[in-house]
Design a protein around this ligand. Structure first.
Ligand code: DOR
Ligand code: ZN
Length: 337
């Protein structure tokens, strides 16, 4: 039985770092264990200009306080012209598309995701090799939102066959099935969606710290996600979607969507992969697949985990901000060495 595990260049390919005091609080928690992270652009206002992008990148580097951490920056999708995209290409890893109003700070997202309307920008991205990261939910019934988005993914995949499309934070077996249907579709999976179902969120007393979008689904959905993650399907990457909100906005009437997992993600994944006898596949899920898909070379970093109990802190706080992690107060079976 394994008692320790070393991971090379762990990557979090979907991360919310926020800004100001929250950024200063959470950035080091990712930077201590990850070599790099793909940073979401849903600030207020969203990151849509070259100047805002570079300034945010610098604030992240200042806050992270680890030199072996690389933030991979993204722009918030809107119609961009090719000359602009040529200029920013070397500074971004992708562009994140949000349907308007679907989640936190997405009000200025796309109101109708139609391949013809979006063609100029998507064609330019395709020509320039800029991946498209997508929050794939409609505004239908909450449990069906991702499933209803599948035809939109199909249309994008067919219309732009050279465009790399990443289905972010997939939560359903429908999304898992679509992965192998189109060469240019990829996916990220979070920690929470590998572990919980809607039962954990709302089956007993309501658990605000497990509430996120897309919401956790059915057992058969979770099983499908666990299967592709454990088998290190080459088109699947780890993306935590760690999304910190201040404690008072989670433990509130009108709870903000987002699960904060940055400081516990690796420990939980080690436990999950070990339980299923698949520890050998964690390296691919946590790093190698992303290296291949995005063609990146992050800073070298080795992180060792040991099979020793880790008591998850009740909260992380600093500069007037306080955020509660998933599994606060619970003991995990793996810790950072
Ligand atoms: O739960 C979520 N929180 N889902 C998202 O898509 C956005 C994120 C956030 O920014 O808080
Ligand atoms: Zn997200």
């Amino acid at each position: 039985m394994a008692t320790s595990l070393t991971l090379n260049t762990p990557l979090d390919m979907h991360l919310h770092l926020r800004d100001e005091a929250m950024l200063k609080l959470v950035a080091p928690l990712t930077a201590q264990t990850f070599s790099g992270a793909l940073v979401m652009p849903n600030l207020v206002p969203p990151v849509t200009t070259f100047e805002a992008l570079k300034a945010y990148e610098q604030r992240i580097l200042d806050a992270a306080s680890y030199e072996d951490f690389k933030p991979y920056m993204t722009l918030f999708f809107q119609q961009y012209d090719k000359a602009f995209l040529e200029k920013v290409k070397e500074h971004i890893i992708g562009i994140k598309l949000y349907p308007a109003g679907i989640t936190t700070n997405s009000e200025t997202g796309v109101s109708s995701i139609d391949s013809e309307t979006l063609r100029p920008t998507l064609e330019a991205m395709s020509d320039l090799g800029i991946p498209l990261c997508v929050h794939g939910e409609t505004n239908g019934f909450v449990m069906d939102r991702e499933k209803e988005f599948m035809p939109i993914y199909e249309s994008l995949a067919q219309n732009f066959p050279k465009l790399k499309i990443i289905m972010e934070h997939i939560t359903t077996k429908d999304a898992v099935e679509l992965l192998d249907k189109y060469e240019n579709l990829y996916a990220t999976i979070t920690v929470q969606h590998l572990l919980i179902t809607l039962d954990d969120v709302a089956g007993g007393m309501l658990q605000p710290h497990l509430f996120c979008k897309p919401i956790a689904k059915r057992y058969e959905d979770r099983d499908a996600l666990v299967k592709v993650a454990l088998n290190a399907h080459p088109k699947v990457m780890f993306g935590s979607d760690s999304a910190p909100h201040p404690k008072h906005k989670k433990e509130a009437c009108g709870c903000a969507a987002g699960v904060f997992t940055a400081p516990i993600a690796l420990q939980i994944l080690a436990g999950l992969f070990e339980t299923h006898g698949k520890l050998d596949n964690l390296q691919a899920f946590i790093s190698d697949n992303a290296l291949n898909i995005y063609g990146i070379t992050p800073p070298k970093k080795e992180i060792t985990l040991v099979k020793e109990p880790f008591l998850v802190p009740e909260n992380y706080s600093g500069e007037g901000e306080m955020v509660v992690p998933m599994y606060a107060g619970q003991t995990l079976s793996w810790s950072l060495a």
